[in-house]
Design a protein around this ligand. Sequence first.
Ligand code: 3H9
Length: 685
Amino acid sequence: MTDLVTTRIDGEIGLLIVDSPPVNALSHAVRRAVLHGFEALTADVTVRAIVIACAGRTFFAGADISELGQPEQSPGFNELFNRIEASEKPVVAAIHGTALGGGLELALACHFRLAVPSAKVGLPEVHLGILPGAGGTQRLPRLIGIEPALAFIIGGRPIKAQEALDQGILDAIVSEEGLQEDAIAYARTVLSEGSPVVATRDRTDRLANPDGSSLFDDYKAKNARSFRGFKAPDLIVEAVQAATELSFDQGLARETSLFRTLAAGTQSAAQRYAFFAERDALKIPDVPSDTPTRPISSVGVIGAGTMGGGIAMCFLSAGIPVRLVELAQAALDRGVAVIRANYDASARKGRLTTEQVDRAMSLLTPTLDFDSLAEVDLIIEAAFESMAVKKDIFSRLDALAKPDAILASNTSFLDLDEIAAATRRPEQVIGLHFFSPANVMPLLEIVRGEKTAIDVIATGMQLARKIGKKPVLSGVCYGFIANRLMDPRLRQAEALTLEGPTPSEIDRVIRDYGFAMGPFQMIDLVGLDVIDRDSNARSLRSDLVALDRLGQKKNGGFYDYDEKRKPSPSPVAREVIETFARDEGIVDRATQSDDQILARLLYPVVNEGAHILEEGIALRASDIDQAAILGYGWPVYTGGPMFWAGTIGLDRVVSGLRELQARHGDTFKPAKLLEELAAKNQGFA
Ligand code: 3H9
């Protein structure tokens, strides 16, 4: 009928097939084509039931995200879905791939839902800062009940077909290969058996709620911690509550109004931006997506410490055998024991089965034999952060590794090109920079050296996804993207506390902004001796370390800790801060407003991001935002530092930096790029 929709008639059954690559998003054009095709089948008197299916890799992946936030064009989602639901001819949704967001909402408006065993269904809108705005919050509770619907919509996690069948979202699972034929046969059976056609909107049997509004208040209170900062979850609860208190049409209107509030807000704009940023990060202009990659079927990890062990776990969990190399048996045993303990903890929490743990552990070969690395496809060095140590390791690797092996360093700060120069194959050297704890944090910086070969970069990007990480490409500089970007926040936090605001005040402001913890909490957690250990200059941290205050692990750091690791302000740390301030000649200590604290800590981050961008270390501003969100837990609903700066206005950031420059010197001098964009009234995007 059109390029987007074709219809076919098979006896009494009309089949409507949508084909809008890559993921059949329900753009305005697709909705119009679906409505058109649907009306044609409805008007055909020979057709007694209708099957809706999609071609290509998946059922509808939801609304076209790039159209959200704009006025909805006709036909609107509800107009189309209500039309489908009101059909007198039974309508069957035939699902393969993923039915997500508006895609699942379309299926909920159909009278029957079938899926292949490998299919998944979900309402992931919450991850885009919105709520299901096409009937999902009204129809789903009618199908599966209130609390399951709340958990499903607020969790946003797609579930497998079998689970969806058990919950009552699906009516049947059909064969993997014959979806459309099976759906047609199902529709025939519906007709021949005269199965009742019940519109989801008319169902009320699962809506009983003896607890009234307290169920919803309790739900909000119970989840307040995980909802913290996000606007969508509370409004999702309100929309589902409306399903229990209002008629279907009134509930739908309430859902639309809440949806529009969220879709027009900054949080959703930021989260939609983050969705595309994650995908853009995979695109490297001179590394086309069809660049051949090297097979990686075995990995060597040098160093069984916290980083090395975490890195090894990433590969073991993905089913890739790992040789873990250490210098001494005791360190090796300790490393293996920690890996085992981490896996056992996951099993206890029900995240892994014991079989999965056993399988992962069976892929681990701990060894003191450095030469055994000669057999593996990829070697990742996670040794002590010292250039001499790393160069020695890489020259030894050069002598023994397979000719086509990839040699990677997990260095956080050191010059990858200098490390690569210790080998005769710098084109095979790459940085794979994991974030601690490596088995948990989603970011993997793929560091591209001056000579790193294209296929080695492509392999790194692909491998990252294979082990469940989100890669961001970085050029070589001190700290690469994420650490370099966030370093100014750390420095300014320490400088600021000398001027008056306490560590607890500063941490609170940063938490209020949306981070899970403030910079001082982070230093205490990581260990005061770990950060900046190469620097010999006197600092607040070195003064605390001199008192053997190493953080949470020993004697407290900026905070004191009780036996349950609960922090409290530390009189000793206060004394150290005051003494240091006096020695630095800072006498005028005073409180500052939250806005001043925020500007002091975060504007320099934006400025550093601008430098990273203008130096070409990051390919695009959104890569920097991804690195901050995924590596440092920068609140995703702000979009990351660069996007956030655009939302508050780059001119405001520039004038804030200029004020700080006037008071504290050129550390705060605005980057040229930042000034230029601010002058043009543009954002980084
Ligand atoms: C919604 O439905 C709102 C409604 O409740 C109410 C409305 C009133 N739109 O991820 P991939 C692009 S909100 C536009 O690499 P995969 C993506 O950018 C929506 N574009 O593939 C990429 O482009 P490129 C709720 C989309 O196989 C390409 O497609 N739905 C959309 O790894 C391939 O994507 C969701 O949140 C979209 N909806 O994963 C689902 N989806 O190649 C979002 C994808 O240029 N989508 N693109 O970079 C996904 O989760 C995954 O894409 C999916 C496929 C699992 C479908």
